[in-house]
Structure formats: C-alpha cells, structure tokens
Design a protein around this ligand. Structure first.
Ligand SMILES: [Zn+2]
Length: 525
C-alpha cells in the first residue's frame, strides 16, 4: 500500500511539475514583446465608459498623455518610423505615395504607392522584426498586417517567421488568435510580434472624430484589448509578454468649407503631385518651376493662416523630411482643419465606401498636419513584466521606441542615427540603463537587457537544465518525505486501531454504496 501511495504522489507531482514546465517551454526563452498599433487612436478617446479595459491596463502599467510622432502625421511614415527608429528622411517613406527616381534626373521620376520599392529607399534600415529575426539563436518575429511588414528587408531579404499580409477581412479575433499561436508555436515560438488594427482610422475618415461610428470602433478596440489580455492569461503569457499599445497619429474633423482649390492659382498641367491632403508634394514640369511656385505663393497670400508653401530648402529642419532624394522641390502643408482640392476625391470615396448621402455639412476626418499640432498626437500605454506599474510618463518621440525594444531584446544596433530610448518606463536597474548612453552612438555594441523581476529572469535567462535539476531534487524530496510519513502512520495504526482494516475488507463488496456515502469518521467507528 505504501508503495502504491508513494507512486501515486510521485506521478501526480511529476505530471503537475513537468506539465507546468512544458507550458513555459512552449514559449520563447527571450524577452517577449507584443506591439499593438491602433490606427488614428487619439489619446482623447480613452474614457472610463468607452474604454474601461484601456483605463485598467494603463493604470496597471505605464502611459503617456500622448507621444510625439513624425511629420507627416500619416500612417505609413509613422508606422515605419516606429518600426525602424528613424525619421522619414532616413527611411524614405515620406507618404503613402512618393515620386522616386533611379538617377538624379527629375524627369525620370516614377510615382509609387504601397510597394516593396516604397519601403526600400535605404536598404541599411532594418525594421525591428527583421533585426530580431536576423539575430537568430531561436529568435522569431511575427508581423500581423503592420504596414510594410510583408516585405523582405536587408541584404539577405529576410522575412519574419510569421506574417500575415494586409487583409481587412481578417477579424480582430482571428488576428489575436493567430498572434497567440505564434507566441506558443511548438518549434519556432515568436518573441516579438507586431499587431495592427486599422480602426478607428477608417470610420474616423468617413464620419469624423465625434461620430457614433467612431465611438463604436473605439469600444470594439477596447473589447479587443480585453480579449488580448484574456488570451495572454489563458496561454500563461500574461506575466511573460510585455505589451506596448500605441497609435501612429490622431485625427481632426474637416469642415468642407475649409477646402482650398489650388487649381485656381496654378495650372495643374504644369506640375505633378504625390501624397494627399493636407500635405502635397509638388513637382513642377521642367521650365515651369517659377510659374508653379509664384502661383502657390499667390494662393498663400490670399489664404493666410490656412496653409504654407515650402521650397525644399525652407522645410523646417525639425520635421526631418528634407534630406532625401524623394523630397519634392515644393511642399504645400495645410494648417489644422484645412485641406486642398484633392480632398474632394477622398470625400467621394468615403461616401461610396460607407454609403453616405453627400451633404456639404458632413464632417470627415483628416490627419497629416505638422507633428506639433495637438490633435495629431498619438496614444501610448504599456503593461507587462518589463514595465513599471502605475507610472505616467512624460511625452516622448515614437522614434525612441525602436532602440528601447532593441535594448530589451538584446539586439545589436549598428547605426548612429537612433534616439535615446525612454528607459524611464522600464523596471530596470540604474546600472543597466547607464550602459546604453555611450553604446548607442557606437557601432557593434551589444546592449544588455535589464531584468529585475524573478519571472523575467527565470524566463529569459535560465538554462533548460536548471528546470530539470530543480524538478529532480523536488521529486526526490517528496518521495523521501512521503515514505517517512507513511511509515510513521503505519506504525501508529498498528498500535492503536488494529480492527479497522479487516472490518473494511470484510464489508467492501456488499457495502460499496455505504463506504461511499459514509463519512471517514463513521468508517473508523
Ligand atoms: Zn494611420
């Protein structure tokens, strides 16, 4: 009997211990990050009633009242700056469409939109998922519809282990389920995943930022974040994955009376244009440069305070936009709440897409203005094992996130163009953080990852044999203790209650139902 008892205890313990251990084993041994983008999510959307989950997650981790994005405050430039840590003039994604040229002659320019070429102005710039994937040694990246995420990068044309192309028919739940399966993949578990949601941008453009439609989308995103939280918990990842949630830009309403028709001042056959309101890239035809510029200057003097005209040399340096071959000779930028004639096409497209009755009083959402405009500021919050709890951060630049994530993931940065990461949000020791300052501006320095939580240390750094060794010792101890206790009980029972065992054995067949229903005390009696 004692042998059976010991065997039962041992097998139970083995199953429990190694069952739990296998759960841990199914995930990556590296620090794990989930980066979530909610397109055009304004910080002002966060509200106790609308977004209870976000309110809860923010207070359990860190958040900033807003962060600073890059100019233009549009989707592709900002997603790529978040992913690469550099400004548009470095990565070259100046807008949704740009003119590009294989030589220095302006007449050979080609208009390109969302494509491999748009994202490969500078082949030395690697997105964080590529950097992580290239570091190897069991690191795996996943990219769920992140803009630019479906293209290979680097000289080896590296792609992430897991990726899903832009497909708006994929439900939010399916996206999250796929992300969880990437984190828990048996052979190649991801340690970095980028997850993209296209709302509330889509409905914001069509109905304006104050609309019921946008409120519904904001609530839907809040439910999705709750689903992410629950799924992380279900998979045992809630204390292993640190989640960064952010947006690329804000949005503001556009009154249709605020659309400026530049065609009244400039012959539209004398130039070509890339980009969309409120930022237009103007490329005058050869010999028409002065005509175009003087026409735009006249429009500007007639519409003071509504927009600005810049030659390439005049573009504000703080935008980090001018030093690129794709930068246009003339840039026209509307002030907040204004747009140009191209926006009429946008209105038609939104009306068609959402079956909206055309009405001059309809409001439409717009973004892209200067990154100093308050309504363009993005949201930011993070929670999980590597960030502090209950901390409000000072606003920082979204380009500071890439080097921060590289630091957490212990990835090597080879360029001198990165901002200093915002370390203040990390649960890191001061000494670890101090290593970054000189290292970031020097090539080929492997940055150290801070871990001060027990869980983080266990998961990130402990070699596999330590789990088995600890388990072996624990099992041995359990067997010894169980055996000693069982022997002690047996010797006691022999001395004090000899009749009990024969009595039960005698009656066990005919009185099974009684044995089940009777209490332990009654049996002893
Ligand atoms: Zn966007």
């Amino acid at each position: 009997m004692i042998v059976n008892y010991v065997f039962l205890v041992w097998t139970s313990f083995f199953t429990f211990f190694y069952g739990a251990h296998l759960t841990v084993e199914a995930v990556s041994k590296y620090p794990k990050l989930l980066i979530i983008s909610m397109d055009a999510f304004r910080p002002g959307y966060v509200d106790d009633c609308l977004t209870p989950t976000i309110v809860k997650l923010r207070s359990s981790g860190v958040y900033a009242p807003y962060i600073r994005n890059v100019f233009p405050t549009k989707t592709f430039p900002n997603h790529h700056s978040i992913a690469t840590g550099v400004f548009p003039e470095v990565h070259g994604v100046l807008d949704s469409t740009v003119y590009t040229s294989k030589d220095s002659c302006c007449s050979n320019r080609t208009l390109i939109g969302y494509s491999y070429e748009l994202y490969h102005y500078n082949n030395d710039i690697l997105p964080i998922w590529t950097l992580n994937q290239l570091a190897g040694k069991g690191r795996h990246s996943g990219v769920m519809m992140w803009p630019g995420g479906e293209f290979p990068y680097g000289c080896k044309k590296t792609t992430p282990t897991f990726s899903q192309k832009w497909n708006l028919n994929t439900s939010y739940q399916d996206r999250v389920d796929a992300v969880m399966s990437w984190f828990t993949h048996k052979e190649t578990p991801a340690n970095l995943v980028m997850l993209y949601f296209e709302e509330p941008d889509f409905h914001g453009h069509a109905f304006g930022i104050d609309s019921l439609e946008v409120r519904d989308q904001v609530k839907r995103l809040d439910r999705s974040l709750d689903y992410i939280f629950q799924q992380l918990k279900k998979h045992g990842l809630d204390e292993l994955v640190t989640v960064f949630a952010l947006s690329d830009h804000g949005m503001v309403n556009l009154n249709q009376n605020n659309i400026i028709d530049l065609n009244r001042y400039v012959d539209n056959s004398t130039y070509v244009m890339a980009g969309y309101s409120p930022v237009l890239q103007i490329f005058p035809s050869e010999g028409k440069e002065w005509d175009v510029l003087s026409g735009l200057k006249k429009a500007h003097s007639d519409h003071k305070n509504k927009f600005n005209v810049y030659t390439r040399e005049d573009i504000p340096s703080e935008w980090h936009y001018a030093a690129n071959n794709r930068t246009p000779p003339i840039l026209v930028v509307a002030n907040e709440g204004f747009a140009f004639q191209d926006f009429y096409k946008n209105i038609d497209a939104e009306n068609k897409r959402f079956d909206i009755e055309p009405n001059p009083r309809n409001k439409y959402g717009i973004h892209g203005y200067s990154n100093s405009v308050l309504s363009m500021f993005p949201v930011f919050f993070a929670w999980g094992p590597l960030v502090k709890s209950g901390m409000v951060l000072d606003p920082f630049n979204n380009t500071q996130l890439y080097p921060l994530w590289a630091y957490i993931l212990n990835l090597e940065l080879e360029h001198e163009v990165y901002s200093r990461p915002n370390f203040s949000m990390l649960r890191s020791s001061t000494s670890s953080v101090g290593k970054f300052n000189p290292a970031i501006t020097k090539p080929n320095v492997v940055l150290q990852v801070p871990f001060n939580t027990t869980r983080g240390q266990l998961n990130a750094g402990a070699p596999i044999w330590t789990y088995w060794f600890a388990g072996l010792i624990a099992v041995t101890l359990i067997i010894v203790i169980t055996g000693v206790v069982a022997l002690f009980c047996r010797s006691l029972s022999h001395r004090t209650s000899e009749p009990i065992i024969p009595q039960v054995q005698r009656n066990d067949v005919e009185n099974q139902h009684l044995l089940v229903s009777e209490s332990e005390d009654e049996l002893r009696l």
